[in-house]
Design a protein around this ligand. Structure first.
Ligand code: TMO
Length: 320
């Protein structure tokens, strides 16, 4: 063999190896996804960390099953109609307080299936980092908020002399919190501002700690703050129909809520194998908190966080 021929031989061998790898993996896919369409499974992403990480975790699980996946950014209320008409295939974090109504409305119209609950229960409400309790004796009982001496510790330059509460983005649950503050007779002492993003909530937590000032923000569990000393305010208990959007007077806190999965009604027919995996899938409070923490505490990208989570939890997801 001449010196000129040698590189050609190496290239030839590499092509053969690549071809073998291609056929082995493709063949593998065919057997694992028995019956699933090769059309990508459309997974929505929203604007809080655990949801985006879990989207990529589930995408990774589906890919390991031989499926194709596609991620689409979606509004977290409108997504249930998108699932109903088939533009999106699944929702993996249906939080009862924020999205229960949109989900139920779409399901009642037909085209969306309730695909079961995660093991984790949820709470989405206003609260504070524990060290703030001393600024407002009586917390976490909401009645403590009736005191002007409490409210004055939460005044900010933009709050018109009232105590300020920082709600999440308005896309999550509209005017729920401002309505509640008014309904409970707290409107003279408190005002509600909306954060532009989840990151703005975490930036407020950091800033308040650094400046040693009070803060009340919207937060939820499971989240990365679960182990970080955050307390939710005890508002009057939630009852079915207590909210203004359901015809109630609004004098109630958020429910001890479900965290559901939902699918387009045709998904079990187009992707039976992935649908069966998704039905079994259930994450715990600590698993979901860890997904959020990889991004919000460890500052990883959502994609890298999902890869790490999958690598660290193979036993968990292989069981699905
Ligand atoms: C839906 N959320 C977790 C932001 O409350």
């Amino acid at each position: 063999m001449t010196k000129k021929q040698q590189p050609m031989l190496i290239v030839g061998i590499l092509i053969v190896i690549a071809a073998i790898i291609y056929f082995v993996t493709q063949g593998d896919k065919g057997t694992k996804t028995a019956g699933d369409s090769s059309a990508p499974i459309v997974i929505p992403t929203h604007n809080w960390s655990s949801q985006i990480v879990m989207a990529h975790v589930i995408g990774g699980i589906f890919e390991a099953n031989g499926n194709n996946v596609k991620y689409v950014p979606a509004d977290s209320q409108a997504v249930y109609e998108s699932i109903r008409i088939g533009d999106v295939h699944i929702s993996h974090e249906v939080w009862e307080s924020a999205f229960g109504k949109s989900f139920t409305t779409a399901m009642d119209k037909g085209g969306v299936l309730d695909w079961g609950d995660h093991e984790a229960r949820t709470l989405e409400d206003m609260g504070y980092p524990n060290w703030v309790a001393e600024l407002c004796p009586g917390l976490p009982d909401w009645n403590a908020l009736k005191s002007p001496d409490c409210a004055k510790n939460f005044v900010t330059p933009d709050s018109g002399g009232k105590g300020r509460m920082l709600e999440g983005p308005q896309s999550w649950h509209g005017d729920l919190i401002p309505q509640r503050i008014e309904a409970l007779g707290l409107g003279d002492l408190w005002t509600v501002k909306f954060a532009g993003s989840a990151d703005a909530l975490w930036a407020e937590l950091e800033a308040a700690k650094k400046e040693g000032r009070g803060t009340i923000i919207f937060n939820w569990t499971p989240n990365f703050t679960d182990g970080a000393g955050f307390t939710f305010i005890d508002f009057p208990p939630y009852t079915a129909g207590c909210r203004p959007v359901d015809g109630g007077d609004g004098k109630c806190g958020s429910p001890d809520g479900y965290l559901k999965k939902a699918v387009n009604a045709d998904f079990p027919k187009t992707h039976p194998s992935a649908a069966a995996i998704f039905k079994k899938m259930s994450f715990t409070t600590s698993q979901i908190g860890a997904m959020a923490a990889l991004v919000d505490t460890d500052k990883m990208t959502h994609e890298d966080a999902a890869k790490k989570w999958l690598a660290d939890n193979e036993k968990v997801w292989k069981a699905f």
